[in-house]
Design a protein around this ligand. Structure first.
Ligand code: FAD
Ligand code: NAD
Length: 404
């Protein structure tokens, strides 16, 4: 009998967790497994705020896919997926067309701009490692240009961050440390630099513990970061952003850098598949399959699952994406063996939001933590994700050990 072909799209947390758990638990003769990713490396999306601010170099946040897959069990193809034909069971890429018996879609997230004019064109987004490098270099370019100008345009040194969710706050935490370094490097007086976070909701980190939020805001303000709360960004232009401060009250903020960190959606390719979705996220069945498509699994940020305790979707996180990968691998093996699939049950351990290299806030196993303890925990979490995909050797190679 012909071995079934399993095609996994995307080598993010969800896709890689699927593949490494398949290769661990399946014989070479059981299935043909192919992983397709647009780069021959995986990047840690959860570290992109550091690469964007320039506190980590891009090569520090990525590793070669070849380091974590077993070539005798998994074929890796470097290719950009261009279309997914669910009826024809085929995926087209810039490097050929691939047929499948089972498909796993793990193509990750994209920044959501909610149709706000100008954002797609004029704002930068912490979306992937190349975009992170662009943000870092854009900020450096603005500082370098300011220091060369005869007639100085101080707005070059204004950085607006749209959104005070986890991504926005973690990026601001890094900027708090990076700006003094940039000022030194580019001969810029620090008082000329303005970092402003604009948030639509009435609070920073909406929904998070208020005491921890107060700690975070205090820490960031002490580093010179300003907040404009309850003031949504309504437009971006080449010169900056327009924010809404009240009924028919608007303010324009001139800024050399606008970083949009105000929410995510699934990968746009999902919208062309014909599978029902909301902002490119598929409300999956309990075993992670797409409704009505028994041979298609969705993992990570392209999947949407409702937390029935609060009747809201689970937030899209790496923590959940990796756990889903484990279940998807198990379920693929069960299907091949003709056995029942199992339900995915998230095991949430909490969340930690970093505030720069040595500070953080978080709730872990129900306990609130701040400062050095939380920052240490964040590094443990970062190293754990390396461990789950590549074992101890990957932790030694790429881990974070700067705990003091
Ligand atoms: P991704 O990690 O986005 O990976 C998708 C993969 O698909 C990538 O390798 C990409 O190159 C590839 N791909 C995309 N399009 C194509 C294509 N057309 N063809 C081929 N390949 C393609 N979550 C946490 O749990 N904890 C955290 O601390 C945390 N911190 C975060 C910090 C930041 C700055 C950000 C932005 C997010 C953070 N998250 C965190 C959320 C987390 O990063 C995402 O939930 C997670 O990355 C989703 O994993 P994924 O596997 O779905 O996709
Ligand atoms: P988010 O949706 O969590 O936060 C976006 C923020 O932008 C919200 O506060 C929202 O009110 C604000 N916003 C929306 N429209 C706006 C507008 N027009 N103007 C100004 N502000 C606006 O998105 P995120 O922070 O990118 O996080 C995405 C996912 O990644 C979440 O699930 C998050 O939990 C996860 N994440 C986790 C961590 C961590 O665990 N350390 C870090 C980063 C991201």
């Amino acid at each position: 009998m012909k071995r079934p072909t399993i095609l996994v799209l995307g080598a993010g947390y969800g896709g890689l967790a699927t593949v490494v758990n398949l290769q661990k638990n399946i014989g070479i003769d059981v299935a043909d497994i192919t992983l397709i990713n647009q780069n021959d490396y995986h990047y840690e999306s959860t570290w992109l705020h550091e690469a964007s601010a320039g506190t980590l170099r891009p090569d520090q946040v990525r590793y070669d896919i070849a380091d974590v897959i077993k070539a005798d069990k998994v074929k890796f193809v470097k290719a950009s997926v261009e279309g997914i034909d669910i009826a024809g069971k085929q995926v087209s890429t810039n490097n050929g067309v691939f047929s499948y018996d089972y498909l796993v879609i793990g193509l990750g997230f994209e920044g959501e701009t909610f149709g706000i004019p100008g954002l797609d064109k004029y704002a930068l987004s912490i979306a992937n490692v190349k975009a992170a490098r662009q943000i870092r270099e854009h900020i450096e370019y603005q500082f370098a240009t300011w220091s060369m100008e005869d007639v100085k345009d101080d707005s070059r040194l204004t950085i607006v961050v749209g959104g005070a969710g986890f991504t926005g706050i973690e990026f601001l935490g890094e900027l708090g440390n990076r700006v003094p370094e940039l000022c030194k490097e580019f001969d810029v007086p620090q008082e000329k630099v303005r970092v402003l976070c604009v948030e639509a909701a009435p609070m920073v980190l909406p929904g998070f513990d208020p005491e921890l939020v107060e700690y975070a805001v205090g820490h960031l303000q002490a580093k010179g970061i300003e907040f404009s709360i309850g003031t949504p960004v309504v437009e971006a232009t080449p010169e900056g952003v327009k924010i809404k401060k009240g009924e028919d009250v608007f303010e324009f903020i001139k800024a050399g850098t606008v970083v949009w960190a105000a929410g995510v959606r699934g990968n746009r390719l999902i919208e062309q598949t014909g599978i029902e979705n909301m902002r490119a996220r598929v409300k999956v069945e309990k075993d992670m399959r797409a409704p009505g498509h028994n041979d298609v699994f969705i993992v990570g940020d392209c999947a949407l699952m409702i937390n029935e305790e609060v009747n809201r979707p689970y937030p899209p996180t790496a923590q959940i994406a990796m756990q889903q990968g484990v279940t998807v691998a198990k379920n693929l093996i069960s299907l091949i063996k003709g056995e029942e699939t199992e339900e995915f049950v998230p095991d949430l351990k909490g969340s930690v939001c970093s505030l720069g290299e040595h500070d953080a806030i978080g709730v872990v196993f129900g306990k609130k933590i701040t400062g050095a303890k939380a920052s240490f925990m964040k590094k443990v979490i970062d190293n754990r994700s390396l461990f789950m995909i590549g074992g101890p050797s990957l932790v030694v190679k790429k881990g974070k050990f700067n705990v003091l």
